[in-house]
Ligand binder design. Structure first.
Ligand code: CA
Length: 225
């Protein structure tokens, strides 16, 4: 399996490349948009991981669009630093099959890659479940016991990360590195504050249901039944 990786941030590109290679993929890195489009158009890849913002004449969206217009149907996983819902929707309608918002966990990237390679023609919908709590990573819908829960973008990202790692104890440092941008200034109690917001909406708002967000004193947090 051969993957084209179009990503210009050396740190991110290296981490992705190393991980995919460890999992047995052959990875060609093209940090420039012109080179990326040229390589992608050759249609010899099983998957294209495409950063939305690339140096050179094109951006990720226009590359995806051009490929689809030229009937190159290689699955595309779009990487974006922009957290806005409208940007994500653009990424999907622009020809990408899936997208991830930076920063993401390499574990999640690998999972998405595997899903895309297994189901190349389908748009991927991912529902994460913990007890009767459900999170749809595409429609951004969060429900508990069938009732819709409204979350801010940051709360959604935090919950997504917790649910993706269901039953695992996650340290505050780990949570910060996956949920906040690398250059964000995080106060020590920021994670606590956001966990508090989530608790209120997910557990306290459902007093007849068992709590799902657990504090593991001295270690961090865990979501699970
Ligand atoms: Ca970039």
């Amino acid at each position: 399996m051969r993957i084209l990786l179009a990503e210009d941030e050396p740190r991110v590109a290296e981490a992705i490349k190393r991980s995919l290679e460890t999992n047995g993929f052959r990875v060609d890195l093209r940090p420039d948009s012109q080179q990326a489009l040229k390589a992608a158009a050759s249609a010899k890849y099983d998957l294209i991981i495409l950063d939305r913002m690339l140096p050179g004449p094109y951006d990720g969206l226009s590359i995806a669009k051009t490929l689809r217009e030229d009937n190159v149907n290689t699955p595309i996983l779009m990487l974006t630093a922009l957290g806005e819902v409208s940007d994500k929707v653009d990424g999907l309608t622009g020809g990408a099959d899936d997208y991830m918002v930076k920063p993401f966990s390499i574990k999640e990237l690998n999972a998405r890659v595997n899903v895309l390679l297994r189901r190349p023609k389908l748009t991927v919908g991912t529902t994460l479940k913990v007890g009767n709590l459900e999170l749809d990573t595409h429609s951004f819908a969060v429900k508990r016991a069938g009732k819709t829960i409204n979350l801010s973008a940051r709360e959604f990202r935090l919950l997504n990360y917790l649910m993706y790692n269901k039953d695992e104890i996650l340290s505050k440092d780990k949570i910060i590195s996956h949920v906040w941008d690398a250059d964000a200034i995080i106060l020590p109690n920021t994670v606590e504050v956001y966990i508090g917001y989530l608790r209120k909406k997910i557990d306290k708002a459902f007093p007849s249901e068992p709590p799902l967000i657990h504090t593991v004193f001295g270690f961090g947090y865990r979501i699970g039944e």
